[in-house]
Design a protein around this ligand. Structure first.
Ligand code: UT7
Length: 335
């Protein structure tokens, strides 16, 4: 017996209004628009106002998804919320979103996959549709990275921004392909290169951890860079080979948006043309779990992807975690 297929029936995103340009950052940290843009491709990023958390961004994106699909929140069965910046350790941000959007019949959980969080969550949600357990699954990627970066550290504070994206997964119709395949990986030996040392059970928050700035993102950028290029390019090629799809048949490649140089190096390796690649790092920087659904949402809204187009998603991030998801876009009339 073959399992039924899952497809994305709606996608949307939400970004805070406040824009912080490279020049704004250069006012309080020793950097410049030229350095940031040349080394990363970032021009500006969005930042929440005080008191706005990941569940707020996620709930706004989720509400827009339900509006687009024209269904009531009470129809949602499950909420999978990918983030490294949950509102709190518990309750989960999925529960907070459930309440904020009024998804009265849904259960949900948070998933920690860093920059690969959305792909991990999309693959997870897909299983609940494929098995027949659920009919409507909301998958959200949301992060408030500005809550965990040290604005005195120029090596990290220029890289990240805040945002959220969300999709609704439902069973595909006969003849539709929807989510075709996923390959997901992790390698814990990479954990030392990108992490937040304090606030968990290893180093509970204390005056000392705060004084030592252990509650912020720590990164060995060069090492992450090296692994990211290879990891994203290889796992993208692997899923194409496995499904016997030629790279030229990919309408849109959506890589994680951490650094324009990583994206360029990965697509050069794969032989992709820049016209096939979604890029918004210049406007939003690295929003961790949110980058891929935001790109997908912008591509759908601008009609850059249409029914029957093949779309390839790929990510690399802390953990290390990385992965690729191949899908065929099945929507037309909604966008
Ligand atoms: O999504 C999670 C995954 N994360 C990533 O994928 C990030 C991967 N890594 C990167 O994107 C890059 O390594 C960075 C953008 C983080 C850094 O770029 P880089 O080309 O590797 O620069 P670097 O760290 O080697 O620094 C080069 C120089 C250093 O100065 P010296 O030692 O050469 O005098 C830094 O101190 O640039 C300096 N620098 C800066 N200068 C101005 C570092 N940050 C800044 C800054 N402004 N913001």
């Amino acid at each position: 017996m073959s399992l039924r297929r899952a497809k994305i029936t709606a996608v949307s995103h939400h970004l805070p209004e406040r824009r912080v340009t490279n020049t704004d950052l250069a006012k309080f940290v020793d950097t410049s628009d030229e350095w940031i843009f040349n080394r990363t491709g970032i021009r500006e990023r969005r930042m929440v106002d005080k008191g706005v958390a990941a569940s707020d961004l996620g709930a706004s994106a989720a509400k827009k998804v339900l509006e687009k699909r024209g269904i009531d929140a009470s129809e949602v069965d499950l909420i999978v919320f990918a983030t490294v910046t949950p509102d709190m350790f518990f309750p989960s941000s999925a529960c907070l979103v459930q309440q904020k959007i009024g998804a009265s019949k849904a259960w949900g959980f948070d998933l920690s996959g860093a920059c690969s969080g959305f792909l991990y969550a999309l693959a997870t949600g897909t299983q609940f549709i494929q098995t027949g357990a659920h009919q409507k699954v909301l998958v959200i990627g949301a992060d408030v990275m500005t809550s965990i970066i040290n604005f005195e550290d120029r090596a990290t504070c220029v890289l990240f921004g805040d945002g959220a994206g969300a999709v609704l997964l439902e069973p595909a119709e006969d003849g539709e392909k929807g989510i075709l395949d996923f390959i997901l990986r992790s390698d814990g030996s990479g954990g030392q290169f990108l992490y937040m040392p304090a606030g968990g059970s290893l180093n509970p928050s204390s005056v000392e951890t705060v004084q030592k700035k252990m509650h912020y993102v720590h990164q060995d950028g060069k090492n992450v860079f090296k692994f990211a290029v290879r990891g994203m390019a290889e796992i993208s090629q692997e899923i194409l080979d496995k499904n016997q799809i030629n790279i030229k048949d990919i309408k849109l490649y959506i890589p994680h948006q951490a650094n324009m140089r990583i994206i360029k190096a990965a697509i050069d390796r794969m032989g992709l043309d820049e016209s096939q690649v979604a890029i918004n790092i210049d406007r939003y920087a690295n929003t961790t779990a949110a980058t891929i659904p935001i790109c997908l949402s912008e591509a759908a809204e601008s009609k850059r992807i249409k029914k029957n187009d093949y779309v390839l998603l790929a990510s690399f991030g802390a953990g290390f975690t990385w992965g690729s998801i191949l899908l065929r876009w099945e929507n037309e009339e909604l966008y």
